[in-house]
Design a protein around this ligand. Sequence first.
Ligand SMILES: [Zn+2]
Length: 460
Amino acid sequence: MHIQIFQGNQIGGCVTVISAVHNGKTHRIMIDYGASLPGSEVEEDFRYPWEDEPVDAVFFTHYHGDHTGRIMEIPSGVPLYMGSVARKVMTNIQEALGNSERISDADVHKREAELLKDDTRVNEFIYNGSCYDAVDLPGFHIEPYMVDHSAYDAYMFLVEAEDEACEDGYYRILHTGDFRGHGRRGQKMLTLIEAYVRRFGERTIDALVIEGTMMSRPKEKVLTEPQMQMEAAKYLKDHMYAFLICSSTNVDSLASFYQAAQMAGGRPYGRWMYVYSNYFREQLRLYTKTAGTFSTVYRFGKVGLLKEMGVARKNDRMETAMTQQELMERFGFLAVIKPADFCEEYIDMFMEAYHAGRIKQKPVIIYSMWEGYIEPGNKAENKEWTEFLSRQEQKGIKVERMHTSGHATPRMLADVIKAVDPADAIYPMHTECADDFQNLDIGNLRNRIVPQDDGSYVKI
Ligand SMILES: [Zn+2]
């Protein structure tokens, strides 16, 4: 058996192990070793039998915790493979947590940051100008391809596993990881599959392992990132004092809001983006230095810190210096916060400015994360957040929801399945509704869908 999928019937925490026989010996690679997301039925993640079924290497599709969260449990001799930006994003997160006084297990995070910085453990994918270099290991040839997801630097993997029973000696598996078609880079995926993965039909893919997050969210409204940017620009034009709740790792949506703020204006100072921590600013700098070299959309130039509210600022066009707070009151802002007490103080400052008549509009909050986290009764609901938001609403502050999913729509899933045209099997994973893959518009390919009660899906 080539493919084993653990916890494939849930969104997040899925682990894939692929095996191959080389010179009479079984070799294995693992794709992702993440933690189950809050709200999933799993109370404790399964433990992979590292001793009995050792793996030669672990490949990470992207930096989200449901794919990387258990990296510290991987035995020390196992090499790790990931994208170079993903590695830095993760290191920034772990260093910030490791240095935080509010966190009780800071040491664990410090050790994880050390692991991520260890060049003897971590290997980065290397871009060669047209695609990423393949990785060759005993029994395997692995080709990483960048995909669009709410995490930047996310990959799918084409894995060629040695198999004497196959006509040309290889069983080929395409593992999509998490992806979508409606981000700025998403449209390229189908062309990439046709040209690089399938080599215009020259290369046959035997099995497709594909995520299906959105199969359980069919009613979710899906905007493209540029569409959301336009909506945000219109909204920010009418709302000068906007707070934003958005993940520090969702580069594309942060770019949409940052660019929207620039479109909404605020001369001569411009509409700055303020963030709640040094850590957050560090991530924006990283995206500017990396993604920003490919497209100006990802360049975050005007970024300040909310905690520097009292610092005096002056630029060439201003006659006298003003404090940051005065500038924010005069020219408006887009300020990224999180639902926490220390951020509520910033909101209150501007409510006070409104009541004192210094500003003409009330501040507003844009919520740009998955709806489920703030949906009363949803199993993933974060009560702290729901309470935070309803407290702000009680003060008369409007909470506007503006979000687009990081995952593929059912239509995109069907397009990818048809483009890959797997000869042998389709394995839905990262989904609570694997059975619904039968309803996708994929013609006879639906006969290749492997039901989740098949032995390849390891029951925990
Ligand atoms: Zn995921």
